[in-house]
Design a protein around this ligand. Structure first.
Ligand code: SF4
Length: 312
């Protein structure tokens, strides 16, 4: 729990504050950039929220923080947001997509997503286990499957799978991070988890990294790409990025895996770390082409500067 004695002096004065236990994961300012920002390798409150919806949103950042580094004073502001997570991102013809909040320290604050579908709901990466989110998922029909994009973001997978009795998917090369996972695809061939939901192995960041793709490519309904730590959006430079600095396995393989996503027609990019992004028609292809041109340059380290605030 955040403590007033550890309040960072960089916070603006007022009830909300970030304390010195912040791990710079980026969750709060990606969720609520109006009131939180990166400042000196930790977060700070840049503006105090107004009463009402702004305060609701800031209180959800308190819930989402993986290390409870965001506090309020006086404590009467420690109220439960009425809306709460998960929060709808998009209604896609292949399923409604929600951001789960409630990030876990064990996955360094990685984002996770819930896809609500007639074929059965799917959890993409693991949020921190907690009762409010469990109740919200239950109210939407529970879970039919859980996907782990790679070994770093498995967090509380065992608990979620145990509560909902759902099978877990993780690539064979990262399976030791999630012992007991029921499905472990091998190699690089895409696999269909359900109709309209595909897993594409993208080795590089880790040997067993996979992305998930919701929907078929069409102009009418662009696809949703759950990219794990393979790539994400950099809002400062307005471009797609992948990170050599935060590549834990094989950068050349990661670049090769990036090229394997050129056939997609992405409308929403939803990474585990880094910023989410909505693309217009054709924008994904041009952005990915620019990223590939940058990483294939000898000076690839320029591209790896990322700037997402807290690498994978
Ligand atoms: S959400 Fe992440 S960046 Fe924000 S205060 Fe918590 S640890 Fe720091």
């Amino acid at each position: 729990m955040a403590h007033i004695r550890k309040r960072r002096p960089e916070n603006v004065s007022g009830p909300f504050y970030v304390d010195s236990s912040c791990i710079d994961c980026g969750t709060c300012w990606q969720w609520d950039p109006r009131h939180f920002e990166d400042h000196g390798h930790q977060a700070r409150v840049r503006a105090q929220p107004e009463p009402g919806l702004e305060t609701e949103r800031a209180l959800m950042a308190v819930q989402a923080c993986p290390v409870a580094a965001i506090g309020t004073t006086p404590p009467l502001l420690r109220q439960t947001p009425t809306q709460g997570f998960p929060v709808l991102i998009t209604r896609h013809p292949a399923g409604d997509v929600y951001y789960c909040g409630w990030t876990s320290r064990r996955s360094f604050g990685a984002s996770s997503y819930l896809v609500v579908r007639p074929q059965g709901n799917v959890l993409i990466d693991s949020p921190r286990y907690n009762r409010p989110l469990k109740q919200a998922i239950t109210a939407r029909g529970g879970l039919a499957a859980m996907v782990m994009s790679h070994r770093d973001d498995v967090a509380d997978h065992k608990r979620w799978a145990g509560v909902f009795g759902c099978p877990r998917w993780i690539h064979h090369a990262d399976r030791d991070a999630a012992p007991g996972a029921e499905y472990c695809p091998e190699g690089e061939d895409p696999v269909w988890l359900q109709e309209g939901l595909q897993l594409i192995p993208t080795p590089g960041h880790t040997a067993g990294s996979m992305v998930a793709v919701l929907g078929a490519a069409s102009q009418d309904a662009l696809q949703v790409l759950f990219s794990g730590d393979h790539l994400w959006w950099n809002p400062e430079h307005q471009r797609l990025v992948a990170s050599r600095q935060y590549c834990w396995w094989n950068w050349r393989e990661q670049v090769r895996s990036l090229a394997r996503l050129q056939h997609l027609n992405v409308g929403w990019l939803l990474p585990a770390h880094g910023d989410r992004r909505c693309f217009g028609p054709g924008e994904w292809q041009s952005q990915l082409k620019a990223l590939l041109a940058a990483v294939e340059d000898d000076d690839a380290s320029t591209t790896s500067s990322g700037g997402c605030g807290g690498g994978p």
